[in-house]
Design a protein around this ligand. Structure first.
Ligand code: BT5
Length: 331
């Protein structure tokens, strides 16, 4: 695992003084570099006491997603090998897109504590205060552009797995929402750049409401949004959360690259609550209603319409109009 980040050493010995010499040995950096790092941590909101005789003592921690902390103990092949951190940014997807155009490598992750212009699908906004997990991953899989929607499924599956591991029951609303008790916990925004029908790169943007308190949501969201903190009635360890999320994404990415699309779609399908319900789908200003039969291998929703025909929809917003239909009739 190599040398420990300065912060990790201090955290392990929280409340005690650690001498500069010991810190330098454990973290593998010079004593002047340590002084610089201590100052940086202080600026990030950590309270660290310094004494010329006794060394450094961590008094209180700040809830930050610092790359060196996330990297420590991160066991991934590709995802998160490079982490780019912002205290505040417009949108991590925009930032990732810029970096990808400049050639940033497969698995690069952009993470921000806050987004001033967080983005949803179709020009919508994404509320991104401090305490959430707002990140974008650059992926460069060698797959056909038509298979790109499976990458979004990989991301949704990863979020669901991580949320479940925290003991919170989550379900997927087609195509990209992660809900808990009908409220939105997370959303995913995938953007693709392709060349000659092949994927050049994908930007997978994940917005996961981690430590967002109920009273922080603006009125128009408070009824429809939830967070891990709300569901668990206590804040979660965001560093650990991001580490698990990156590990799950890495696992799913591996499956995707092997072309095992069926496994990806199957995992997605098993977590999806939309299938089997009668829904209304808003798409390009029109509303279509029908029975959600399944998704096809491109991630499109298959709706059986009132006229008996089945049609595939690649995008849109669904609202459930009826409780699950048990017996699905044949066409
Ligand atoms: C999404 O869009 O669900 C995709 C959201 C992706 C956000 C991430 S954060 C990191 C990365 N960088 C970005 O700039 N974006 C990605 P959509 O399905 O269009 O849902 C958007 C709608 O969800 C909004 O119109 C609101 O109604 C609602 N909403 C906004 N912020 C929310 C929040 N924090 N929690 C729950 N719902 C929210």
């Amino acid at each position: 695992m190599g040398k420990m980040p300065v912060l990790t050493v201090l955290k392990q010995r929280r409340g005690e003084f650690v001498s500069g010499q010991e810190l330098a040995r454990a973290s593998g950096v010079s004593r002047t570099a340590i002084w610089k790092q201590i100052n940086r941590l202080r600026e990030a909101g950590f309270s660290i006491e310094a004494s010329t005789k006794r060394g450094y003592r961590l008094v209180s921690v700040a809830d930050r997603l610092l790359p060196e902390e996330i990297s420590w103990g991160l066991k991934t092949q590709v995802v998160g090998k490079r982490l780019i951190y912002f205290d505040e940014v417009g949108s991590t997807n925009e930032e990732a897109k810029r970096l990808a155009t400049e050639g940033a490598g497969d698995g690069t992750v952009v993470v921000a504590e806050r987004q001033a212009g967080g983005r949803g699908r179709q020009g919508r906004g994404w509320f991104s205060p401090a305490g959430g997990v707002w990140l974008s991953v650059i992926l460069r899989p060698e797959i056909a552009a038509t298979d790109a929607p499976k990458a979004m499924m990989v991301a949704v599956n990863a979020v669901v797995a991580v949320v479940k591991s925290l003991g919170v029951e989550a379900s997927i609303k087609w195509p990209n929402d992660v809900l808990v008790g009908g409220r939105k916990l997370a959303g995913i925004l995938t953007e693709m750049s392709s060349h000659a029908e092949l994927v050049d790169h994908l930007i997978i943007g994940i917005g996961l409401n981690a430590n967002v308190a109920a009273d922080e949501y603006p009125p128009e969201l408070s009824e429809f949004a939830t967070s891990l903190q709300i569901e668990k009635e206590e804040p979660v360890d965001r560093v650990e959360l991001v580490r698990c999320l990156l590990a799950e994404l890495d696992r799913g990415y591996e499956v995707l690259k092997l072309g095992k699309f069926d496994a990806v779609v199957e995992e997605w399908r098993s977590g999806c609550e939309t299938i089997g319900q009668t829904v209304e789908l808003a798409c390009h200003g029109r509303i279509v209603s029908g029975l959600a039969l399944d998704v096809d291998d491109r991630g499109s929703l298959l709706l059986r319409l009132k006229n008996g025909f089945t049609k595939a929809f690649a995008a849109g917003d669904v609202t459930v109009v009826k409780k699950p239909v048990k017996a699905i009739g044949k066409n």
